[in-house]
Ligand binder design. Structure first.
Ligand SMILES: NC(=O)C1=CN([C@@H]2O[C@H](COP(=O)(O)OP(=O)(O)OC[C@H]3O[C@@H](n4cnc5c(N)ncnc54)[C@H](OP(=O)(O)O)[C@@H]3O)[C@@H](O)[C@H]2O)C=CC1
Ligand SMILES: O=C(O)CCC(=O)C(=O)O
Length: 450
């Protein structure tokens, strides 16, 4: 690593020693940028990288809410407006017990490059809370969301910062958050949030977009390898919003998800999760009994392996981790490599530890695709939702899906081209980092130093 990159990384490690996920993502991105920094010595003079690893703004707030028994609780909320050089801050909200500043910061940093890859004018942000939605009633979730938005509404807006969903935040939460925003502001500004319900400005295909986009990206990789999607068997982790989209699109394209893993173990369904009955059962199962996927195996008579992940199973063609960060560590990466599978397509944000990712990238028989490119269809369609809200029109599902498809083709293309430009072959990880970085870097350079 060149001296400037090394000094930026060292400084991040010193300042953020207690935020390992943030250090991890910075290290992963910077490790791809050496040839770009060598080509642009002017970046060091204005400390472009030092500025890029520092959020423009990040704030913490108190969120107080009352449970159904009249007991009051105090949670913490965060919003990290990481980089607004190419558009209004944009990124999801995560409600999960283990959320803390380091998680929000890592996600905001990733979001900056991902949003740039979409080709649309959106800056990077992320937010969330350590509130645990599991087991909460609707009324409790509503009161929590209202309190969260009361603390946040002054600092967001359709041209300022546009939150959306992420883990633990879906259509229900976005509805409660928007209701409170409207109540407090007294204006119809539905472009302030995306992932909304269709009755008040949501976009068709947004719920499916991340999973559909991931499958479109996979198709591009397969095309590059003169391979096809038909008949491919896929192993995923996570069967939430993103996993659901993957399962649906895989079926439409003639592939099938035959393994899926959850917090309690993994399910093997050799027939694939291909029917509406199975997909609907998963939705019901999550709503009733989060953290468990065993009920699926009981209902459909398939194998369930408790306490294990499906990384390393041999009878699949593609692995797609789609649950959470650092799901695939070195031990799993070794099993994946030994399984002989060719395609490792990251979908969740940073699902692979850096050592495991580098190990997989070094395997000649494996193609690794990075999450910030693969999952960018979600935020991409969020940006299309913003466009529809601005023009007060509703696009058809076909139109949105068509644009999503084109976007994913382009993300794959610019990533592959960026890697080739710097003599890195078909390195989609480095290519996505470089392509995402270039646009943000150019915008920051042209806007002066601050
Ligand atoms: N939603 C979106 O549009 C986008 C999401 N992403 C990323 O994709 C990933 C998944 O997000 P999303 O589907 O929205 O989230 P959801 O909350 O809808 O689903 C998360 C899934 O992961 C499972 N899970 C939770 N903890 C574990 C664990 N310890 N081991 C295995 N599985 C676990 C959950 O199981 P259970 O239901 O049983 O709790 C659930 O099936 C995240 O990394 C997110 O940041 C990225 C881009 C956009
Ligand atoms: O749709 C959005 O704005 C954000 C999606 C998201 O959180 C992500 O891409 O990780």
């Amino acid at each position: 690593m060149n001296a400037y990159l090394a000094s930026v990384l060292e400084s991040v490690k010193t300042k953020h020693g207690n935020e390992p996920e943030f250090v991890q993502t910075v290290e992963e991105v910077l490790s791809s940028l050496e040839p770009v920094i060598e080509k642009h010595p002017e970046y060091e003079k204005v400390d472009l990288l030092g500025r890029m690893v520092e959020p423009e703004r990040m704030f913490t707030f108190r969120v107080v809410w009352c449970d159904d028994n009249g007991q009051w609780h105090t949670n913490r909320g965060w919003r990290c407006q990481f980089n607004g050089a190419i558009g209004p801050y944009k990124g999801g909200l995560r409600f999960q017990k283990n959320v803390y500043e380091g998680i929000i910061k890592f996600l905001g940093f990733e979001q900056t490059f991902k949003n740039s890859l979409t080709g649309l004018p959106i800056g990077g942000a992320k937010g969330g809370s350590d509130f645990d939605p599991a087991g909460k009633s609707d009324a409790e979730v509503m009161r929590f969301c209202q309190s969260f938005m009361t603390a946040l509404y002054r600092y967001i807006g359709p041209d300022i910062d546009v939150p959306a969903g992420d883990m633990g935040v879906g259509g229900r939460e976005i509805g409660y958050l928007y209701g409170q925003y409207r109540r407090l502001k007294g204006v119809w500004e539905n472009g302030v949030l995306t992932g909304k319900g269709l009755s008040y400005g949501g976009s068709l295909i947004r719920p499916e977009a991340t999973g559909y986009g991931a499958m479109y990206y996979l198709q591009e990789v397969l095309k590059h390898e003169n391979d096809t999607i038909e008949g491919k068997r896929i192993a995923i982790s996570g069967y939430g919003n993103v996993g659901w989209g993957i399962m649906k699109k895989a079926t439409q394209l003639g592939a099938k998800v035959t393994y899926f893993a959850g917090p309690d173990g993994y399910v093997h369904d050799p027939d694939g999760v291909i029917t509406d009955e199975k997909l609907n059962f998963i939705l019901e199962m999550r709503a009733k009994d989060p953290m468990h996927c065993k009920p699926y195996a009981d209902k459909f008579g398939c194998e369930f392996v408790a306490g294990e992940k499906c990384w390393g199973v041999k009878d699949v063609d593609v692995y797609m981790p789609a649950a959470m960060q650092n799901d695939v560590k070195m031990e799993s990466a070794e099993k994946i490599a030994a399984s002989g599978v060719k395609y490792y397509i990251e979908v969740a944000n940073m699902p692979t530890t850096n050592d495991a990712l580098n190990y997989l990238r070094a395997q000649k028989h494996i193609i690794v695709a990075p999450s910030k490119a693969v999952n960018a269809g979600g935020v991409g369609v969020s940006a299309l939702e913003m466009a529809q809200n601005s023009e007060r029109l509703v696009w058809t599902a076909e139109e949105v899906d068509h644009q999503l498809h084109k976007m994913m083709e382009n993300i794959h293309k610019v990533s592959a081209e960026a890697a080739a430009e710097y003599g890195l072959g078909y390195d989609l990880v480095a290519g996505a980092n470089i392509a995402g970085f270039k646009k943000v870097a150019e915008a920051m350079m042209e806007q002066g130093c601050f």
